[in-house]
Design a protein around this ligand. Structure first.
Ligand code: BG6
Length: 296
């Protein structure tokens, strides 16, 4: 279902059973909402988010491509998050052995203007799927369609903003003992201690070579998000905390208490594709207790 969202920007709404839904803006190929069968919002979206190009939407799941953060010469987090994507009305089907049927495929291809800042031809297919169980699955397929025989390299992140009840009660499991780059410390390499990650100040870290499964445990809401990823070695953990929150025009002063970004990413080792090659990066998110949409 394609409807008009904020400021008349178009969005696709996916629904499963009772209550479960996902909303995706064509602007940015940006998921802004994921609700469970109790109608509870699972993603954070700032009350001050600006739905106006070229500003990227603050919250939900921005797509960082072809550059993560300021790791290169392009604008921060690349340009995919502030381009208009199109819908593939005749997408390739899922393999027949899956039960998935509620999905949309969005496509991004470079415009002539884009080619001036990043001189490569590609097709980016973003498949957003809401499973019968209420899980949200994102699959990115990026193909090098250069005709000049040139390879290209990129970095990537699903910049997911999770909604949490109180950041100081949240714990992240799966990143302990890993090496990380700290964006607040001149990108030096550090090693995390053995305990689960907790939060009491600003954090902006890139964990390297992370396991495929990461959990975000929200004590107060008694909800755990489980992230499973493929093709995405790294994981960014970001919370701006109070000072940076105040400095961001499109973010409420106290909103940092109710969000946490855990971003499945490919940063340390950029992905390189030769013409005709395709890369796939997959992120599956579920909650425990899980949210059954279909059935009784
Ligand atoms: C995170 C980066 O992924 O995104 C941070 O690690 C950055 O350094 C944050 O501040 C938000 O970026 P932006 O461009 O959406 O304000």
């Amino acid at each position: 279902e394609l409807v008009k969202g904020i400021n008349g920007l178009e969005k696709v709404v996916l629904r499963e059973g009772r209550g479960c839904s996902v909303e995706v803006y064509l602007y940015g190929g940006h998921v802004t909402s994921w609700k469970n069968n109790r109608g509870e919002e699972l993603l954070f979206l700032s009350s001050k988010a600006i739905f106006k190009p070229p500003k990227a939407i603050r919250g939900g799941i921005p797509i960082c491509f072809p550059q993560f953060s300021s790791h290169g010469s392009l604008e921060q987090h690349g340009f995919a998050r502030n381009r208009f994507w199109s819908i593939d009305t005749d997408p390739p089907p899922f393999p027949t052995n899956t039960t998935y049927k509620t999905f949309v495929d969005l496509i991004l291809k470079p415009s002539e203007e884009d080619n001036k800042i990043w001189p490569h031809s590609y097709e980016f297919r973003l498949r957003i799927t809401l499973s019968p169980g209420g899980d949200l699955m994102l699959i990115s397929r990026i193909r090098n369609t250069n005709l000049d025989g040139k390879p290209f390299s990129f970095t990537f992140a699903y910049h997911t903003y999770f909604s949490v009840s109180d950041i100081s009660e949240v714990r992240v499991e799966g990143l302990e003992t890993l090496d990380y780059l700290d964006n607040l410390e001149e990108k030096e390499l550090f090693t995390e201690q053995g305990d689960a990650i907790t939060f009491e100040s600003e954090v902006d870290k890139i964990y390297l070579s992370t396991p495929t499964t990461i959990a975000i445990i929200d004590h107060e809401k008694k909800r755990t998000f489980v992230l499973r990823k493929e093709g995405l070695r790294d994981a960014v953990v970001w919370n701006p905390w109070d000072k940076k929150a105040k400095a961001m025009a499109d973010f409420g002063d106290d909103e940092y208490k109710h969000m946490l970004c855990v971003e499945a990413a490919a940063i340390e080792k950029p992905i390189t594709l030769r013409p005709g090659e395709e890369w796939k990066g997959k992120l599956e998110m579920s909650t425990v207790p899980s949210s059954y949409c279909s059935g009784s």
